[in-house]
Design a protein around this ligand. Sequence first.
Ligand code: FAD
Length: 492
Amino acid sequence: MANVVVIGAGLGGLASGVRLLQRGHCVTLLEKEPRVGGYAVSFRRQKFTFDLALHVVPAGGPGQEFAAMIETLGLSDSVRFIRLRQGFRVHLGDSLFQMPGDYDTLLESLTLEFPAEEKGIRLFRHDLEKYATVYARLFDHRVSGYRSIPPFIPKIPAFLQHSMLPTRTYLQRFFHDERLMAILFQPAVFMGIPMRDFPTVNFMMMFFLLMKNGMYTIAGGGQKLTDCLRERFLQLGGTLLTNTAAKRIIIERKKAVAVRVSDGRQLPCDAIIGGNNLPDMVNNLIGQASFTAGYRRNLETLKPSISVVALNLGLDCSPKKLGMDCHIAMVFPDADIDGCFDKQTSRIEPLGFSITAPGNSDPECIAQGGHTLSLIGGTAPEMWLAVDEAQYHREKERISRELLAMAAARYPGLREHIVISDLATPRTMARYTGNPLGAIMGLNCTAGTHRHILKAAKMPVTNVLMGSAWTNRLGGFMQSVKSGILAAERIQ
Ligand SMILES: Cc1cc2nc3c(=O)[nH]c(=O)nc-3n(C[C@H](O)[C@H](O)[C@H](O)COP(=O)(O)OP(=O)(O)OC[C@H]3O[C@@H](n4cnc5c(N)ncnc54)[C@H](O)[C@@H]3O)c2cc1C
């Protein structure tokens, strides 16, 4: 039995804490904030409850990977996934396409919408199924090397090529129509990476996971998952220290022996799992001196993922009354997704954004927190971090107005039904989680960076492991939980 300190109680830290306790270890979980959950939390304004981060998750169906992790953690009685059968509504300028959440129906609808691309759609389907089924087993933590490696061996050259190949080049092998390619890219737009930089392997996985296996949400929102993990952690006898930041990892002979925390105490340990971000772990907690120049150079090549603004709206009527009758809609100025992302990286104003109406799929959300809408758009985080307090508030007002105007252009009447609005910015997200630039998905995984991320996740201090979005090549709820579980299972 090891004495393990877990740093940070986001989804990764909480999941690793639970898994460690299940395996008989003794666990102290440190969280710098008064509450746990990281991004996976809700907050209240007047009579409304807003869920910050949960919009869509993959693999929540019976026997699928996320559902299996929840079962492993002993939470299948309390965490319930809801299948989103409607898929995405996609606005590209004035054109509207309802992207069904069922794979066969989706490909049929696309063939009807784009008859000239019928052959390409058939070839795309064949290619995707040929590779994605094999790659999915490799990414699935339940499939042992013994079972996943043999079918993977003949696909290794293709895998290496697909991890270097930009999605845009891949899609152009099958299609000519920009609008069709923009629609197919929707399951991957959450990562905020242009098609020309997004690795084909990641696109295949996102498309396969969300469109073939189905899109899900969690009943009660991200906060529900956090609450269940926290309760289970305490039930299994873990020690949770909130308002307690890890300040330094004490290393002796290349092994971590203790963690110094914000109140000055030193907590001795046999191993550490980092549920926090990787740059903080390397630069501040362990310290650069413990890393080779090669490791540091590799980490410097990697950038934090997308940062966003989240405009949360409390309404006096159901979003359905305003024409928003699905779970999630994606809004872009036109089919040029790359152009939109390029502009967003250097400006504060989002151009493309998603609109989620959680109550349309989960009545629990309305019962707990009224009718809400959440608008999420990409933004340049440096600008939010650079402005002074007065300017910050002015920019918040302005961006709220602009986002609202863009949403109201698609859903007229929206403005008249808003009771309250609240904008969360990269500054808010960085402050609460400590994540550089308020990045939401860990490291940016672009074409060719897979191996760099894997390398960065490997700590030279052997009894320190990372268990958060920052070690994963996809990011998000499921990947953070997976990262936490995998780290916990490596502790002897
Ligand atoms: C607006 C928004 C929308 C999103 N939409 C989706 C979505 O639809 N689907 C999806 O799958 N994902 C989504 N995500 C991403 C997802 O929420 C995150 O990838 C995931 O929750 C990250 O979990 P994590 O375990 O890495 O930790 P984080 O949530 O980053 O939490 C890290 C925790 O560690 C703590 N900490 C940091 N440093 C220290 C320290 N030194 N000592 C002690 N504690 C420390 C922090 O306070 C925090 O609680 C969204 C995120 C946002 C913000």
